[in-house]
Design a protein around this ligand. Structure first.
Ligand code: FAD
Length: 412
């Protein structure tokens, strides 16, 4: 029987980040995954979807080439090549992960792990013994009970990548249909702006209603996820599972069993790759008694890779009002930003919520590069930098990020 100081079950961003850090700290480490390293994020989530989005962006740019003074013919879509490109991106990054596994001396076991007891798992007939475990088995898409998911035309995000041709029409169930607004977790003004953009693009949006009769060629069910915590022995060994099948953990990521921790999507929202990996790092450093800094869940950047993009962090105006916290609002539109005008990407705005002590409470951006710009607020908020600190730093010209500086100048 092989013995390890740490065994990580699940090789997504939460799992592999934890495994790599533990190996760097000198632990003997095994990682198990029944698919490939990278998890949902690399195989059909974060990365392949961004590859698809790039294709859409290129298509749109070619269609608009005339407005840039460039004449081109009508673009033709080769859908198989588009899907292949996502596979190439995935393979390239997967190679990088396998290189790290070898470099750091982590043992990778491809296969499905089942807990035998609190200190051992079984993977394809092999028994592995671990002093400590980290469960990072992620989440799975929820199914809609009112729809028969067995039909080929009903998909979740995973099945999109098996499509052979671009769908003629699609109904997407999710994005806030049952709620009052699309993107219900975003600032209301941001959500309303996106609503208008989608309407302009002739997307038929129905909010505050449940999907009933659907006549489109495909249905994409996107109603959220639940913890992937069943079918591999957790109940048998007595791990406590809470609502939505999430594993219950304490503030250090420890389950009710002393040597078993859990990180990432399987412990609940926010279901984001960067949160999973931060939790992976935190838990390993905690196990190694390094006293890591606690994760501040009020400072997690959230990105929506729409066009225009959305990036947000911290509290929304609605939550500040609900909590009775005093704040100031500063806002500016990208149509006044040099880079945005020069590159014909003036859609959107920046809205920043600031405390009476000039600390950033929340930032909400809709516009080109919003998902990149939000990092500036992440740095500021997690280090308690003030508005003055941001204004003391020079922002290059012309850039979209200059709009952050210009917006905050309203407070001087
Ligand atoms: C379409 C889509 C787009 C997304 N885009 C983004 C984005 O842009 N940015 C972002 O931050 N997040 C995004 N996400 C969310 C992100 O993918 C997840 O938050 C992230 O992958 C969670 O990481 P994880 O390590 O917790 O679990 P996962 O990535 O789900 O990895 C869990 C792994 O565990 C394996 N596993 C499960 N059970 C067992 C077992 N018993 N034995 C062995 N292996 C097992 C699974 O096969 C899987 O490989 C997206 C998700 C989807 C679906």
């Amino acid at each position: 029987m092989k013995k390890y100081q740490l065994i990580v079950v699940g090789g997504g961003p939460g799992g592999y980040t934890a495994a790599f850090r533990a190996a760097e700290l000198g632990m003997s480490v095994a990682i198990v995954d029944d698919n490939d390293l990278g998890g949902v994020c690399l195989n059909w989530g974060c990365i392949p979807t961004k590859s698809l989005l790039k294709n859409a962006e290129v298509f749109e740019l070619i269609n608009n080439a005339n407005s840039y003074g460039i004449e081109v013919g009508k673009p033709k879509i080769h859908f198989e090549k588009i899907i292949n490109k996502t596979i190439q991106a995935r393979k390239r990054l997967s190679k990088g992960l396998h290189f790290q596994v070898r470099k750091l001396g982590v043992d990778f076991f491809p296969g499905f792990a089942t807990f035998i007891d609190q200190n051992s798992i079984e993977v394809d007939g092999n028994t592995l013994h671990g002093d400590t475990f980290i469960i990072a088995t992620g989440s799975k898409a929820k199914h809609l009970h009112s729809i028969d998911h067995s039909g080929e035309n009903v998909m979740t995000a995973k099945e999109i990548f098996s499509l052979k041709k671009l769908p003629e029409s699609m109904t997407i169930i999710g994005a806030g249909e049952a709620k009052e607004n699309i993107l219900p977790n975003e600032d209301v003004e941001v959500s309303q702006w996106m609503h208008k953009v989608l309407k302009r693009k002739k997307v038929d949006i129905q909010t505050g209603t449940m999907a009933t009769e659907i006549n489109d060629e495909y249905i994409l069910v996107s109603i959220g996820v639940e913890g992937n915590s069943s079918g591999f022995g957790l109940k048998k060994i007595g791990i406590e599972i809470g609502s939505n099948n999430h594993i219950i953990v304490d503030k250090n990521g420890k389950t009710n069993l002393d040597n078993i921790y859990a990180v990432g999507d399987v412990i609940g929202p926010p279901w984001l790759a960067h949160v999973s990996s931060s939790e992976g790092l935190y838990v390993v450093e905690h196990i190694a008694k390094l006293s890591p800094k606690k994760i501040d869940y009020d400072c997690v950047p959230a990105c929506t890779y729409s066009k225009p993009e959305i990036g947000s962090i911290g509290l929304s105006q609605k939550i500040l009002d609900e909590r009775g916290i005093d704040y100031k609002v500063v806002k500016s539109f990208f149509n006044a930003n040099g880079k945005a005008v020069a590159s014909d990407s003036t859609e959107g705005f920046i809205k920043i919520l600031v405390s009476d002590r000039n600390q950033i409470l929340g930032a909400h951006i809709i516009g080109s590069n919003a998902t990149e710009m939000i990092s500036e607020f992440s740095l500021a908020m997690s280090n308690n930098l003030s508005v003055e600190n941001i204004l003391d730093s020079i922002h290059p010209h012309p850039t979209f990020s200059e709009a952050i500086f210009e917006t905050l100048m309203q407070l001087r």
